[in-house]
Design a protein around this ligand. Structure first.
Ligand code: 6AU
Length: 470
């Protein structure tokens, strides 16, 4: 293997798959080396060697029943591996065809099949992680990625944090050593690349130390929260050792109150859809508020406001429910833009208690349109007002440790319901950045509700404790 890697390194150099000098990366950082592995497709013999070597490297891959090649360079290589190994190929589209006929993974497969990813170059690992998300969303399992080159910019670390083992033919350092041994580059160039790799590591360490909210405990994050209700919630989660937000999607007021009484000591938040109640009264609210004081939990009305500022202000403050008067938190869609926040702020005139909004950046339902730029803009919107307490999302899409990630779609087993809801396990959501975890039918449909509540609370807390100590 060693000799073949040494030969291949020289061959790649000779077809100009890499260049040395002063370049700038897509992210705007200077780099002494740049790669264009696409040129390999013009050299069929090289294509064959690369695919054979990659497949030799794959360990678990051989038990995989699907291979996914990343467009563009790794796709034809994956096709060769597929033909040689007789394992079917999947293609992950870069763009979906359209919202209606959205099919991001092309090829035939069954849920639960194991898939290995083939990629050409990994920098931070974000492209591979996006592919992992799409593949797991359609029910495939991914545990391994084999790549030609690891640029040593945190990809290995980021992938293993998500449970993906990466194997690479070359690291930037080993590639340079092969080229130096073959007399293709000078030791000055090797030194340049070495310093660049070291600098990148320092930068990654400092970025990680400064922004990773996932490693900071809730008590410390309480001090970083700009929204007072969010600070209060961080302290409750910390004191009660609970990240559980119970979704009481029931239709009778007494049933909600009974469950609130039972769950109260174990939950951080009780989440209502108040318009589900067939027998709503203001006494119900008084009793719920009383229970929230007694058991130290906060109340979230999952209203998902989504209209113009003037309308949401009225919907928040007036009508039958007068939500602003009793809900510590509400949820809101970001589709109207910044007026959703100013409208809700307007609805709070005269309210003295601290209140917070959770902006819905991503939804848990299959085929949700909350993707790409929509998510990014929702995160930007969260930075515009201290009324925002956090974001509703499925993945770690923001850095601010003072904001709370609320993630719904949780059951003990990865599964789905008949109406598009998609569930992940407690550990999966906490690893994907969830701070506050929404469980609904996992509890409301359980025979023994109290033991279900305790089981979810403990599993979630254990995953959180592991996350902050790792
Ligand atoms: O555990 P379940 O599926 O019984 O309930 C999930 C709860 C429901 C949904 O209205 C809510 O979580 N939800 C939310 C929010 C904001 O909480 C967002 C979302 O994307 N998906 C989702 O299920 O009360």
């Amino acid at each position: 293997m060693e000799n073949r890697l040494a030969e291949l390194a020289v061959e790649l150099f000779e077809i100009n798959a890499m260049k040395f000098g002063s370049f700038v990366t897509k992210a705007g950082r200077p780099t002494p080396v740049c790669f264009d592995l696409r040129v390999i497709i013009s050299h069929p013999r090289l294509m064959k060697s690369v695919s054979t070597l990659l497949w030799t490297l794959a360990e678990n891959g051989k038990s995989a029943s699907q291979i996914c090649g990343m467009p563009y360079t790794a796709l034809p290589i994956a096709a060769l591996i597929s033909a040689q190994s007789n394992i079917p190929l999947l293609i992950r589209r870069k763009e979906t065809k359209s919202y209606r006929t959205k099919k991001i993974i092309e090829g035939q497969f069954k849920e639960g099949e194991n898939c290995i990813i083939i990629e050409d170059i990994v920098t931070t690992g974000s492209s591979v992680l996006e592919a992992v998300k799409d593949l797991t969303d359609v029910g495939l399992k991914v545990e391994e990625a084999v790549v030609i080159l690891d640029r040593q910019q945190g990809g290995d670390h980021n992938l293993s944090a998500e449970g993906i083992r990466m194997r690479s033919l070359y690291s930037l350092t080993s590639l340079m050593q092969y080229l130096l041994n073959a007399g293709k580059v000078t030791s000055a160039i090797v030194q340049d690349v070495k310093s660049y790799v070291e600098q990148s590591k320092d930068q990654l360490n400092s970025e990680e130390n400064s922004v990773s909210r996932l490693r900071i405990d809730f008590a410390s994050r309480a001090k970083l929260a700009k929204n007072p209700a969010a600070a209060k919630l961080f302290n409750i989660m910390s004191a009660k050792k609970s990240t559980l937000c119970l979704a009481v999607d029931l239709t009778k007021a007494d049933e909600v109150l009974d469950l609130a009484e039972l769950a109260g000591p174990h939950i951080a938040v009780l989440k209502t859809h108040i318009d589900l109640l067939e027998d709503f009264t203001s006494e119900f609210i008084d009793k719920l508020k009383q229970l929230s004081k007694e058991h130290n939990f906060l109340i979230m009305e999952d209203r998902k406001f989504a209209d113009i500022g003037h309308t949401v202000s009225l919907q928040y403050r007036n009508g039958v429910y007068k939500i602003a008067e009793w809900a510590d938190f509400v949820t809101a869609h970001t589709v109207p833009g910044s007026s959703i926040v100013s409208g809700l702020q307007d609805g709070l005139k005269g309210i003295k208690e601290s209140r917070g909004i959770f902006l819905v950046a991503e939804m848990s339902s299959e085929g949700a349109l909350t993707i790409g730029e929509y998510v990014k803009h929702s995160v930007l919107l969260s930075e515009t007002s201290n009324l925002v307490a956090g974001l509703v999302c499925q993945y770690n899409v923001f850095d601010d440790p003072g904001l709370i990630q609320l993630t719904p779609g949780i059951r003990l087993e990865k599964s789905r319901d008949d109406l598009g809801q998609q569930y992940k396990t407690p550990q999966m959501v906490i690893n994907a950045g969830a701070d506050l975890a929404v469980v609904g039918r996992g509890v409301t449909a359980a025979q023994d509700k109290l033991s279900a509540i305790i089981q979810y609370k403990e599993k979630l807390w254990q995953a959180y404790s592991e996350r902050i100590s790792n």
